[in-house]
Design a protein around this ligand. Structure first.
Ligand code: FPP
Ligand code: MG
Length: 345
């Protein structure tokens, strides 16, 4: 099974350090994650109809890796109320994430997600989209229960997610810098929800407004770094490790950051890559395009350049943490920057 971020707290690299140094926080996060997973399963079971329950249960079971719930629970530590108040905010962030991933799999024509067949592969595109919408509607109800501020955040983040995906599909406008376009897409499709998870967790426990703001800034940078890592892993990680098909972005002609950087580097390799991607974008992927594009990317400097950009974003994320009070929760947020830097799945 593909390891998860929840695993970093339960048994991964951060876990040992956390349990040794901050056993009370480690236990709270562990319990919070379990409670949020339980909440998600409970929401899926509310479907009533066994067929719908099975499909939305599959979506939840093969969705996110638990990063967003973890962030909501850590952010809750900055307020005065019981961090348990953030369990529903943690579940909400995961619910929106899972809904978006299954829509994304339809758009990408992905066959697997987290090592299991994707919902679209099992039930077709229409059912996968509708089941994702079902989850999104559950999320709206949950957000309404959490109050108007969180409901507004949920609505705004859904708009940003969709706008990010639309901008990815439409590509850079004429005259628009491809890298600015890329970062606008990533802010919408990845960073927005990571920031929202942190904000909503902190709001639930009554954290001060400047803390909520610093957490949002951290989340925007961490989320961007996280997506850059995802782009790099699409080219470098084996399917067994990532739980996804290798080179999927390339196969559907998505201009990920390494690709944009390789194209900007110019020369014959860039020309060949451009041709391959144009063929893939037109649905002419014949099985030879992805391996050749990967070989071109691996042979150039673009992967190292993308990694440098990811590290620069992580430095900005760490910078935002300077505004937070020192303590175990802040240290966990620093630690998560290292986890993202070392991502292999
Ligand atoms: C994964 O990107 C995709 C996202 C993080 C966002 C997807 C958003 C939508 C489809 C908009 C609709 C949203 C909702 C809430 C209905 P990726 O393809 O780079 O990552 P992957 O490698 O995990 O597929
Ligand atoms: Mg995708």
């Amino acid at each position: 099974m593909v390891a998860s971020f929840a695993h970093t707290v339960r048994g991964g690299s951060l876990a040992g350090e956390l349990a040794a140094r901050e056993p009370a926080l480690a236990a709270r996060l562990r319990h919070g994650l379990e409670a949020s997973e339980e909440r998600l399963r409970g929401l899926a079971a509310e479907a009533g109809d066994p067929c719908v329950a099975r499909i939305v249960g599959h979506l939840i079971g093969t969705g996110g890796k638990g990063l967003r719930p973890l962030l909501a629970l850590v952010a809750a530590e900055f307020g005065e109320r019981d961090p348990g108040a953030a369990v529903d905010a943690a579940a909400l962030a995961e619910l929106v994430h899972v809904a978006s991933l299954h829509h994304d799999d339809v758009m990408d024509q992905a066959r697997t997600r987290r090592g299991a067949p994707s919902a679209n592969a099992l039930w077709g595109n229409s059912v996968a989209v509708l089941a994702g919408n079902w989850l999104l509607a559950k999320g709206a109800r949950l957000a309404a229960e959490l109050g108007p501020e969180i409901l507004r955040l949920q609505a705004r983040v859904t708009n940003r997610l969709v706008a990010g995906q639309i901008r990815e599909l439409t590509g850079a406008s004429s005259g628009e810098d491809p890298l600015s376009h890329y970062f606008a897409v990533v802010a919408g499709k990845s960073a927005a929800l990571i920031a929202m998870a942190l904000q909503s967790g902190a709001i639930r426990t009554g954290a001060p407004a400047d803390t909520v703001e610093a957490l949002a800034e951290y989340g925007e940078h961490l989320g961007t770094a996280f997506q850059i890592a995802d782009d790099i892993l699409d080219i470098t990680a084996a399917s067994e490790v990532s739980g996804k098909e290798q080179g999927k972005d390339l196969a559907v002609g998505v201009a990920s950051l390494p690709v944009l950087l390789a194209l900007a580097d110019g020369g014959p390799a860039a020309d060949e890559l451009r041709e391959l991607l144009t063929a893939a974008g037109r649905g002419r992927e014949d099985g030879a395009v992805v391996p050749r594009a990967m070989a071109l990317l691996r042979g150039g400097d673009a992967l190292a350049e993308a990694e440098a950009m990811m590290r620069a974003r992580l430095a900005l994320a760490r910078g935002a943490l300077g505004a937070l009070p020192e303590g175990a929760a802040t240290r966990v947020l620093y630690g998560l920057c290292d986890v993202v830097a070392d991502r292999d799945h």
